[in-house]
Design a protein around this ligand. Structure first.
Ligand SMILES: NC(=O)c1ccc[n+]([C@@H]2O[C@H](COP(=O)([O-])OP(=O)(O)OC[C@H]3O[C@@H](n4cnc5c(N)ncnc54)[C@H](O)[C@@H]3O)[C@@H](O)[C@H]2O)c1
Length: 318
């Protein structure tokens, strides 16, 4: 069976076609059951095993079945190994036969940034030109490329809780077409941005509602459990709020935490990517709206991305 590495995924994918693939997936008939979440072991050696299946609406008989397997082994860091390993198995929807294994970690970076950009295509102002990226990890450069595929980004400001990571990211972006800056005053950077994209491990709100200016779009990617926050309740209450999938109302920080605490009523959440892509809800209504998107990740994003990589790799081999 073929194996597609992270480097090959980078060679095959581009954001414009991946964003279209995700839009078709969210507007289509893919099936995505609730992900399986298993605790493995206990104590110091405790680990988490996640299984994220999805299949196309025409399987069996056509299309594809896909499964992402993610292992989080926290004790690995003491061994100098990554704590998270992801693999994606794409299978034929006609026969169930395995087709290809892809680097699931890299696939996740691409599909996560593409989902944020897909949301921004409905929610950010058409003339949004100044992107503030909060966080300087693996997702940060992907979020810049993805948002630039849907909006005319000219200036990128970086902020990270450890400035040296933002400086490293800025150095890696040297030669890019953006006017680059590193922010020290986060309140001023938030107030000056058209799109704020947050991908951190923060447990405290970083983006405060009182800083947001009319017309801003906020993209919250990072918080993945109820102990994590990237924006405060005021930011959620000032914004028209959308989520990637209904799961974001129950898991992940930010929206789920605010709903659970009663700080934000459920009716405040206007819709998800499926409803936006199917035209069942409207995104931005006015240039002065503040909009906010919270993602927790979805297995149909992985399947749509894996199908695109597979088709492009088949076309390249033909
Ligand atoms: N929504 C989704 O679909 C999705 C998918 C993949 C990853 N994620 C999440 O997005 C986040 C970023 O992912 P990544 O791969 O770039 O991670 P990464 O580990 O490469 O980078 C994390 C960044 O957060 C910063 N950070 C760490 N602790 C912080 C704190 N207490 N306050 C503020 N910043 C802090 C780090 O300095 C770094 O810049 C993670 O929480 C990850 O789990 C979400």
């Amino acid at each position: 069976m073929q194996v597609i590495s992270a480097q090959e995924i980078d060679r095959l994918l581009d954001y414009p076609s991946l964003i279209v693939a995700l839009r078709d997936a969210f507007g289509g008939t893919m099936v995505a059951p609730v992900r399986h979440h298993h605790e493995v072991g206990s104590g110091a050696g405790h680990a988490t095993h996640l299984i994220m299946p999805a299949w196309t609406g025409d399987a069996p008989g056509g299309g594809f079945v896909g499964t992402k397997i993610v292992n989080v082994f926290p004790a690995n860091s003491a061994k100098g190994l990554p704590a998270v390993y992801g693999s994606y198995l794409l299978q034929s929807g006609e026969t169930g036969a395995p087709l290809v294994v892809l680097d699931g970690t890299r696939l996740t970076h691409w599909r996560t940034a593409a989902a944020s950009a897909l949301a921004a295509s409905f929610l950010a102002r058409d003339d949004a030109a100044h992107l503030l990226v909060i966080g300087a990890g693996a997702l940060a450069p992907e979020l810049i490329k993805a948002h630039s595929a849907v909006r005319p980004i000219k200036a990128v400001t970086l902020w990270n809780h450890r400035r040296e990571s933002a400086e490293r990211l800025a150095a890696s972006l040297a030669g890019s077409p953006y006017k680059l800056a590193i922010a020290d005053d986060l309140a001023a950077a938030v107030a000056g941005a058209d799109i704020i994209s947050c991908a951190t491990l923060s447990q405290q709100p970083i983006v405060l509602g009182q800083w947001l200016q009319p017309g801003t779009h906020v993209d919250l990617v990072g918080a993945f459990n109820m102990a994590m926050r990237e924006a405060d309740d005021a930011a959620l209450l000032r914004a028209k709020v959308f989520v990637d999938t209904p799961a974001a109302k129950h898991e992940g920080g930010d929206v789920a935490v605010a709903l659970h605490a009663g700080a934000v009523p459920e009716a405040h959440i206007r819709g998800d990517l499926a409803a936006l892509c199917a035209g069942k809800v409207h995104g931005r209504d006015d240039a002065s709206d503040i909009t906010l998107f919270k993602s927790v990740g979805a297995s149909i994003e992985d399947l749509a991305a894996a199908m695109l990589v597979w088709r492009k790799s088949q076309a390249k081999a033909a």
